[in-house]
Write a protein that binds this ligand. Structure first.
Ligand code: UD1
Length: 367
């Protein structure tokens, strides 16, 4: 029997590993699949609720590393993950996405001679000020199997000289979860609970350091909400980082004063999916939400100058509005007024990415 360990650490990892776990469960016998949770995200709303919503079993190993500077967090994950690997001696480590846990566990595994598979490989924003870009570059440089979600990922890896036999275009595991849970999410009562009824609303998520760790930038975001507030309800589940910064910059009262702005705690997977599917517009700086809105055909404005997921702009419903909130407000008003960018679903975003990955992994482990 071959032993596979998948790593989860932060919120966007859970919905990527859930379909992989289910796919490997079908091969129980030839493989055992276990999960390691690094504890990078630890609040109930940032972690546990996703295990419940995605019907994931409890992780087999919990490293409890928590927050810290990048060096502290990465180092703590490495030290704790090394102990698990030395004891468990898996045949393969699977890492997903681009968070600090992804790069930390890849480094440990490769140095212990354990092969690494990176799911969501090859994405590049070409912006090295983003911590995630560094995590992506390093992970892809050392991983053995690179599972890619969109054509740009294949192009990027080729142009970096990655050998062809390491690259597998398999589609998008995050969309696997969306397809599996869309019906269940439709039964969420979140809109009723928020008093939205059938009223139109805009959904917002913002947590990138470049947007929220700077007082001027956060103030500009609130000014944009003030301009949009008389046109639409604004639903904003706040990431802990963003809440902390609103408090530190003394901006909480200004945010609370915007009458149609609903500031919420972070939401679970099903409630958020339900809100996303029915939104008139989503404003975000997240990576995954650009993909989910493209799949759902919901207009998305991304408050960033670049995206590592260009297919969402090329064929999907995503528009980049840079960091110019003036442009963002104008684009929002146009969309709220009915001017919507049409989109199509990218290739292989069909709910079967995890199955493809499992088949490839098993054939490689037994070759
Ligand atoms: C991390 C990822 C980012 C991903 C995001 C999704 C990195 C470099 N960044 O960013 O790519 O898009 O997760 O959410 O890995 N905190 C809590 N409770 C928690 C987790 C965090 O209060 O459960 C607070 C802490 O004060 C912490 C801060 O949020 O210092 C930031 O957390 P951290 O994991 O460092 O990065 P994120 O901003 O969440």
């Amino acid at each position: 029997m071959k032993k596979i360990l998948s790593v989860v650490g932060a919120r966007p990892n859970f919905m990527k590993v859930a379909p992989l776990h289910r796919a490997f469960e079908q091969y129980k016998g030839p493989v055992s699949h276990q999960m390691v949770h690094t504890g990078q995200h630890y609040d109930r709303a940032m972690s546990k609720v996703f295990f419940e919503d995605l019907e994931l079993p409890q992780p087999d190993f919990y490293l409890g590393v928590g927050s810290g500077t990048h060096a502290e967090q990465t180092a703590k994950v490495m030290v704790e993950f090394e102990k698990v690997l030395v004891e468990q001696k898996p045949d393969l480590v699977i890492v997903v996405g681009d968070v600090n846990s992804t790069v930390a566990c890849s480094l440990v595994a490769v140095k212990l001679g354990v092969p690494v598979a990176h799911v969501e490989a090859g994405l590049r924003s070409f912006d090295r000020t983003m911590p995630e870009e560094i995590n992506r570059l390093v992970t892809d440089a050392i991983a053995d199997f690179l599972f890619v979600s969109e054509p740009s990922g294949v192009r990027n890896l080729r142009s970096e000289g990655v050998p062809e036999e390491k690259i597998f275009f398999v589609g998008n595991v995050m969309i696997d979860s969306l397809i599996s849970y869309r019906e269940k999410a439709r039964r969420s009562v979140i809109r009723k609970d928020l008093g939205l009824g059938g009223a139109p609303y805009m959904l917002v998520t913002l947590h990138r350091p470049s947007n929220v760790d700077d007082k001027q930038s956060l103030s500009r975001i609130l000014a944009a909400f003030e301009r949009l507030a008389n046109r639409t309800a604004i639903v904003f589940p706040i990431h802990p980082r963003t809440r902390k910064m609103l408090g530190e910059f003394g901006l909480m009262d200004r945010a609370n004063a915007i009458s149609s702005l609903k500031l919420l705690e972070p939401l679970g997977y099903l409630d958020f999916l339900s809100l996303m599917e029915q939104a008139q517009l989503v404003l975000t700086d997240s990576g995954g939400i650009q993909e989910e809105t493209t799949y759902l055909g919901v207009p998305c404005l991304t408050l960033r100058k670049n995206t590592e997921r260009p297919v969402t702009v090329e064929v999907g419903t995503n528009l980049l509005c840079g960091d110019d909130l003036g442009v963002g407000v104008e684009q929002s008003l146009a969309i709220l007024g009915g001017r919507k960018k049409a989109g199509i679903v990218p290739d292989l975003w069909d709910g079967k990415a995890a199955q493809r990955i499992a088949e490839i992994v098993i054939s490689k482990l037994y070759s």
